[in-house]
Design a protein. Sequence first.
Length: 156
Amino acid sequence: MKPSKHLKPGMTLIEVMIALALFAIFGSSLFMMQQYIFDRLIISQTRLIASLRMQEELAAYQLAILKEFFAYEDGSIKKSLAEKSREFSAPAMQVTITTKSDFATDPELKDSPFKYLKNLHVISAQAHNQDIKDQEKLYGSSYVFAYIPEIENSKE
């Protein structure tokens, strides 16, 4: 397209203002959509990493239980069932593993079908982080039921 002979080369002020207005209308929504997509990617990546770390810690926890179980120290695995917590960085999170095993003695669970299973344990893993505002952010949780019998050790 050939410009008119009476116009100077370049854009006039009104053309610059129109171009900026069009960019503001259409460009900002594109930038916001891109930011939203990147935020979703970061969140899903963090949850995937949290899930992998929880699986890793659960496997180590169950291995410690099995080691103590087969060591036949005193027939119980009380040391291995203690709460364990581990800090991670990049992304910062804390993976905590707890065990609940007193279904028969818990008065809140008197109508639970699990109360008759004496050696049933629920092992739960949670990945969480304290953010800047001191609010806890939960990245994920996982639960495993484990039946671990108590063995009477007859050392003579």
